[in-house]
Every structure is written in C-alpha cells, then in structure tokens.
Design a protein around this ligand. Structure first.
Ligand SMILES: [Zn+2]
Length: 181
C-alpha cells in the first residue's frame, strides 16, 4: 500500500513530467534546485536553493516572493512554485551562468489596472496578479534564444516583447503571443 508521502511525491513528479521534456527530467531530479534573480527596478539580487531535500524551502520562497513583489506598491504575494520550477528548468536548458533579470513579477490589482489603462499590451486580469507570471531576460543569452526555449517547454503562456527586451512566461494555459522570434 502506498503511503501518503509516496502519493505526494508521485503527484509532484507528474506535475514536473508535464512541465519538462524527458531530457529535462534530470534537471529536476537533482537533490537541489537553485534560482538566481536580479530585480532591475530595485537592484536586489538573490541566488538560492529554493528546493532541497525533497521539498520547497519556505524561507527561500519568502525571499523570492519579496524580491518579486510589486515594486510600485510594495505589496508581496506568493509566487507559484511551479513557475519557479519552470524558470529553473529554462535556466538549465539554456546553460546560462547569469541571474534572470526581472522586469515584472507580482502586480497588485491597482498597479495592473493602471498599466492596463496605459497599454493594451497589459491584460485586464493579468496572471502577474496571481503570482503566476514573470517578465524576464538573461544577460548572457539572446532574447530570441530565451523565447525559443520557453516555447519549447510548452509549460504555459509565452509572450515575446523584443522592443522592450523581455520574454513573459507564465504557468497558465499553453499559448503564445508577440512577434515571431
Ligand atoms: Zn508579463
């Protein structure tokens, strides 16, 4: 009979199998998962193990949530751990040695409404408001390369913004928009 722990482990493995191509499964099977970020608005940097010993590290998630807060309002919101896994795999696949540069993480409803008013490129209910989306670039990789790798994961939405120099990734439905790269 399977224990509760086995079932939970199996559930996580299924989620990850859905997220990653078979070749990437190894990346997620390593004993630790790391991420590094630089928030371009605040200058804050992080480089940490957010998953270790078979589970997410609560203190690490707290630090990440803070770094990815709405820098305009200061509001903090939990970032979905599966978005972090997506980023971890993406980073490994690209073989980057640099932190993700973050243009936008969490957006409060107030901030999103303002941005939506100003630009039709911002959805009225953006997944940024649910901690499910992030706008990023990698300083040691071409934006087109990052875009292509994100699309290949088929893990959620991918938006391409070459004129603004970032790629949007989220853990919503698989879809794409923006100029073809
Ligand atoms: Zn975005």
């Amino acid at each position: 009979m399977r224990t509760r722990r086995d079932l939970m482990t199996g559930g996580a493995a299924l989620v990850l199998a859905g997220l990653a191509k078979p070749a990437l499964a190894n990346v997620l099977q390593s004993p630790a998962r790391t991420l590094s970020f630089e928030n371009l608005h605040t200058g804050e940097k992080l480089n940490l193990e957010y998953w270790a010993g078979g589970q997410y590290v609560p203190q690490a998630l707290t630090s990440i949530n803070y770094l990815l807060r709405d820098y305009r309002s200061g509001e903090v919101h939990p970032i979905r751990p599966d978005l972090l896994d997506l980023l971890h795999v993406l980073h490994g696949q690209l073989g980057s040695a640099k932190p993700f540069e973050v243009i936008s993480g969490y957006r409060s409803p107030g901030t999103n409404a303002k941005l939506h008013q100003r630009s039709n490129g911002v959805a009225a209910h953006s997944l940024h408001m649910d901690g499910m989306a992030i706008d990023i670039r990698l300083p040691d990789r071409q934006l087109a390369e990052l875009h292509k790798a994100a699309l290949a994961m088929r893990a959620g939405g991918v938006g391409y913004y070459p004129s603004l120099d970032f790629v949007h990734v989220d853990v919503g439905r698989v879809r794409r928009w923006g100029a073809v790269g």
